[in-house]
Structure formats: C-alpha cells, structure tokens
Design a protein around this ligand. Structure first.
Ligand code: NAD
Length: 359
C-alpha cells in the first residue's frame, strides 16, 4: 500500500486529549500515512481538539470509532487504562498504553492476555526507553567504562501535577523504575519505600524508594516529589571507576561522565586505624555527543512501525506488567514499613532478602 496523507494506512484513536494525549496527537498527526481520531469524554476537551485539529475526527466515546481504527493510544488517567485498553484489545485493535500500564497486577495481566488472544500488539508507553540519552547511558555502562556499578540515584522532582487517582510513586516512579531496569537489564527484586502525604488528604506526594537488583548486585535510590521548588530530572550512575550523570533538564550536556572516584586506602582496615579511610581520584568530565530526537516521537513512530511490520514492540505489555509488579510491591512496602518482594521474584520467603547487596 502507498503511504501518504491522502492515503492513510494506519488509523489511530488517541483516547484522552489532556496534557499528555495532546502531545501524542501532535506527534502522531505529523507522521505520513497515519490518520488520528481524538476521543475524550469531556466535551470541553473535544472542543479544544477541534480548534487545534479542525480536520481530525473527534468523539466523546471510543465505542463510536473503535471499529474504524487499527489501534488506540490510551492517555487517560491511570485507573482507566485497563478498561479502555481492554475494550480496544478485545475488538482486535493494537494498544499503546501510557505508564503505568495499569493500576493493579491483575489488570495488567489481563491486558497482556487479551493482546495475546487477539494477536495484536500491546505496548507500554515507557517514554524514557525511547530516549537517546538513556541509550547513551546504557552504552557507557555496558562498555565497562564506569566499572562495577555501586548504585544508581534518580530524582524526579518539581511542583508537580497532583493526580486524583494515584500517589506520586505510581505517577512518576514508573519512569525511573523503567530506566533503572533498562540500564541494568533486569527488574528489581525487592523494594523499600518511605512515602508521605503533605498536602490534601488523598495520596503521598513525596517518596523515596530503594530498588534492589539481584543479578547486578546493586540498587537504585529513587526520589519522586510533587512538592519541590526545583524541577529536577536526573539519573546518576556511580561506578567503581567513573560516574555518569544524565540530566534531562540540560540542553546540550544531557550525559556527563566524571572520571572521579574514591578508593579505600587500606582494604584490610576494619576501623581500628586512625589513617584517612579513603583516597580520592579526580580527572576529566566528558559529555558525549547525543543525536537527540523527541522521545515521544521515537516511541510513537516505533508503535506505528510495529503495526505496519508486525514486529514486537521494544516495550511490550509484559514490560509494562513488570513495572506494575514493582509498583504494586511499593504499595506493600509503604503499608507494612518493610521491604517487599516484587511478585514473580525467586524467593518470596525472604530468607535471603538482601543476599549479596550491601545495605
Ligand atoms: N510518558 C510521560 O512522560 C507522561 C507524562 C505525563 C502523563 N503521562 C500519562 O498520560 C496519562 C494522562 O495524563 P495527563 O496528565 O494527560 O492527564 P489529564 O487529566 O490531563 O488528561 C486525561 C484526559 O483523559 C480524559 N478521559 C478520562 N477518562 C476517559 C475515558 N474513559 N475516555 C475518554 N477520555 C477520558 C479526560 O477527560 C482528560 O481530558 C496518564 O496515564 C499519565 O500517567 C505520561
């Protein structure tokens, strides 16, 4: 089939034309051969969509258009993801679902099963796994330049958009959990949580997580907040040899590699000696060139390409389910005040809870 504006070969409904759905609409409507329909249950949002995209079809209900499209992009609030996506998947439509894939493990599992049963793609909208700076960071880690990874630290802070239907962990931490899991090629096995609500009476607005990765024998600390005066979007990877920082707020030095480190002066010293316990190394700070494309455009182009070619998405529903499992474990950890195993991890007895990971 010939692709072109007058001859669309992929028809997509963007469900939820809010803050983020409008960005999906912008990138999808820029793609040759893609025809986009807007769905939002709020008439005011539909009126706004018609002003911005007068030639695009729009409607209040997915029912009206689900039979006429090939795929949906679900950009509604998290608690509605499962219902909207399942409606589309059960009609044999591909679905790209925003993070978090769902708000329960059971819902996420049902979505994965529905996609498999229907022979269609379910893709998780893990935008940062389509981000060239994150790819560069992974390339640096995999090259061994940093040495053994001691820990990862991630901060995602600002005076953020308080969500009605989830806490700050479910809203913001999917990004950092997916980044850390992508960088280390594994999903964390255990999570620890400190979270607190400071404003309103619904959900925690500030949280600190610790994620333990078994194979990599390391951990990630994640700080997420809707209540911080400074906008911070930063991932630091501390290696034994060097350290790397990905700062998403930087215009032209998103990734920096610091040739610095700390070594124990006497590895056999167990605290008795009065000598300085460590020595410091300092060297160059290097910022590699990164060819940058808008991650949402890269992600949505990949979704369209998977529809066209039948290729499996790089972030399939199973990947979204993995992250939902970690998020569900954060709920348990928050409620119990104890570390929680991620469902599907190897030893739920907790007998070897922290084996190999320095606490
Ligand atoms: N990947 C990212 O970086 C990123 C960034 C922001 C938001 N998000 C995700 O995008 C999703 C939307 O977030 P937002 O900030 O745009 O929210 P929003 O409240 O601004 O927009 C949600 C829209 O969905 C509509 N809606 C709700 N239920 C609906 C339904 N059943 N059918 C049709 N329309 C419905 C609402 O009327 C609203 O216009 C969330 O899942 C969020 O986690 C992702």
């Amino acid at each position: 089939m010939k692709f072109g504006a007058g001859n669309p070969d992929v028809r997509v409904a963007v469900v939820g034309y809010g803050y983020w759905g409008s960005k999906h609409m912008r990138v999808l409507s820029s793609m040759p051969g893609v025809q986009v329909t807007i769905v939002d249950e709020d008439p005011e949002r539909i009126a706004e969509a018609r002003r911005s995209y007068p030639s695009a079809e729009s409607t209040l209900h997915l029912n009206d258009v689900v039979e006429q499209v090939d795929a949906v992009v679900v950009a509604t609030p998290p608690t509605t993801h499962a219902a909207v996506a399942l409606q589309a998947l059960r009609c044999g439509r591909h679905a790209l679902v925003e993070k978090p894939l769902a708000t329960t493990v059971e819902d996420a599992q049902e979505m994965v099963e529905a996609a498999a049963a229907g022979g269609v793609h379910l893709m998780a909208g893990h935008t940062f796994e389509y981000n060239a700076a994150v790819w560069k960071l992974k390339e640096i880690i995999d090259s061994g330049e940093l040495g053994r990874i001691l820990y990862i630290d991630a901060a995602r802070l600002s005076l953020g958009k308080y969500q009605r239907d989830c806490n700050v962990i479910w809203d913001l931490a999917p990004h950092d959990i997916s980044i850390a899991s992508f960088l280390l090629d594994e999903v964390p096995r255990t999570t620890w949580v400190w979270a607190k609500r400071h404003v309103g009476n619904r959900h925690a607005d500030v949280a600190y997580l610790r994620l333990d990765f078994e194979r990599a024998v390391t951990h990630a600390f994640v700080h997420v907040s809707w209540l911080d005066p400074c906008k911070v979007r930063r991932v630091t990877v501390v290696g034994e040899r060097k350290m790397a920082v990905y700062d998403d707020m930087s215009d032209n030095e998103r990734v920096r590699v610091y040739d610095i480190g700390v070594d124990p002066t006497d590895p056999d010293d167990h605290g008795e000696s009065h000598a300085m316990p460590v020595s410091y190394r300092t060297g160059d700070i290097v910022s590699p060139f990164i060819q940058f494309n808008e991650p949402l455009l890269v992600q949505d182009s990949h979704f369209v390409e998977c529809i066209r070619t039948g290729a499996r998405p790089n972030t399939p529903g199973e990947r979204g389910l993995d992250i939902v499992r970690v998020l569900a474990a954060t709920d348990v950890a928050e409620a119990t005040g104890r570390p929680a195993f991620v469902a599907g991890s190897i030893d739920p007895s907790g007998a070897d809870l922290m084996r190999g990971v320095a606490s």
